[in-house]
Design a binder for this molecule. Structure first.
Ligand code: NAD
Length: 358
């Protein structure tokens, strides 16, 4: 079977890490008898250079026509001074909305071989952790009305941001989280601030109701302040965390930092049809771009997520994830995950090692 993938290499280290990920996909295709066809799309800073804007209609159309989108990273200091409506990040927002992406899935797991990089004490981490954060993308305070008003209290002007969540949006993300938990260890933690916010009270009501459809999954509710604390106190207690856009933004960064390695973490953003955009959580790392030293693992693992979530190719996804684990167990380290005394390898060597292990 042929799978059509739109490939947005982007800026900075984007092209280096995506090239390695595509070689890994080719290896999976060879081993399992699939063909992956890639169509390159310019988006971000490189599109500003070529077309004057970060995202063209042609790029949008190519991504919509593909079965899936793989993205490296966009942005960099070269485009820091362009007007805000034409900044490279606009390409990401444009693609997310054009593709109808509503669920951002971010795993945060600790590899045993990298436990030294984890900033939390070994006695707390125990056997490690394997969490997935399922973050809603379309509602919340980001897309409400943003405005200024008079406070009327003599305190001067007020900044106001409306926070909104509809039943439909909460149901949709809750179902995604419960389905995901079914494939894992069967527990969902819904994070809100229902002691204060009306949006959160609706969120909690709806998640509880949807949860009744999944009696095999354990549901717990947690306030966001407690969740932030529990993530560093005992991350092993979490399996799937489902939350809104604002809380998810903060918790997913916290979760990624406790793994100790930003270059390791993949992500998926999914639409209702199951199509998705897959990308590492890190940025374009302009400080190391063009030197062949970036860690390609987050992008390679993003391909594994694509195989699992959009193409339903579980054995193929497992093959990539196992190869990454084996490469780490064998001591392969790019600079970002090396500790004193480790031999450091480059982007291409890491990609090659992972390919060999598939
Ligand atoms: P960054 O994630 O690019 O870099 C932060 C630090 O992590 C840097 O020291 C970098 O060298 C290191 N790093 C990141 N990825 C790495 C990898 N794969 N291997 C080894 N080291 C890695 O974040 P930043 O510096 O805040 O942002 C740089 C640019 O990226 C900015 O223009 C920002 O807007 C953009 N950005 C893009 C995305 C995206 O495309 N999704 C996300 C975040 C930031």
């Amino acid at each position: 079977m042929q799978y059509n993938i739109a490939v947005v290499k982007g800026d900075g280290i984007g092209p280096e890490i995506v090239d390695e990920a595509l070689l890994v996909l080719d290896r999976v295709g060879e081993k399992f008898g699939h063909s992956f066809k890639y169509t390159e799309v310019l988006a971000g800073g490189c599109s500003i250079d070529a077309n004057g804007i970060p995202l063209t209609q042609e790029a949008i159309d190519t991504c919509k026509a593909a079965d899936s989108v793989l993205l490296g990273a966009v942005g960099g200091p070269k485009w820091d001074d362009v007007p805000s409506d034409r900044r490279p990040e606009k390409a990401l927002l444009g693609l997310r909305s054009e593709l109808g992406l509503f669920a951002n899935i971010r795993p945060a797991m600790m590899y045993k071989a990298l436990s030294d990089a984890c900033p939390i004490k070994k006695e707390i981490i125990g056997d490690g952790f394997d969490i997935v954060i399922c973050r809603e993308l379309t509602g919340d305070v980001y897309f409400g009305r943003h405005y200024r008003a008079e406070s009327g209290l003599g305190w001067g002007e007020m900044g106001c941001d409306d926070m909104n969540y509809s039943v439909y949006e909460v149901e949709r993300i809750a179902r995604r989280a419960f389905e995901m938990a079914r494939l894992r260890s069967g527990k969902v933690t819904s994070v809100d601030k229902a002691n204060v916010l009306e949006t959160s009270r609706l969120w909690r009501e709806v998640v509880t109701r949807v949860g009744l459809e999944y009696p095999d999954v354990t549901l717990e509710h947690m306030y966001v302040d407690n969740a932030a604390m529990q993530l560093v106190r005992n991350p092993g207690q979490f399996d799937v965390i489902v939350t809104g856009k604002l809380f998810g933004d903060i918790l997913s960064d916290e979760a990624s930092m406790i793994t100790g390695s930003i270059g390791m973490l993949p992500s998926a953003s999914l639409s209702e049809s199951g199509k998705g955009m897959y990308e590492p959580i890190h940025g374009s790392a302009p400080d190391i771009a063009g030197r062949g030293i970036a860690n390609p693992i987050a992008t390679i693992l993003s391909c594994a997520m694509m195989l699992r979530y959009t193409f339903g190719l579980t054995a193929e996804a497992n093959a990539i994830e196992n190869a990454v684990e084996k490469a780490l167990d064998a001591g392969c380290r790019t600079g970002d995950i090396a500790t004193a005394g480790d031999a450091v390898i480059g982007t291409h060597e890491m990609g090659t090692k992972i390919r060999e292990l598939i």
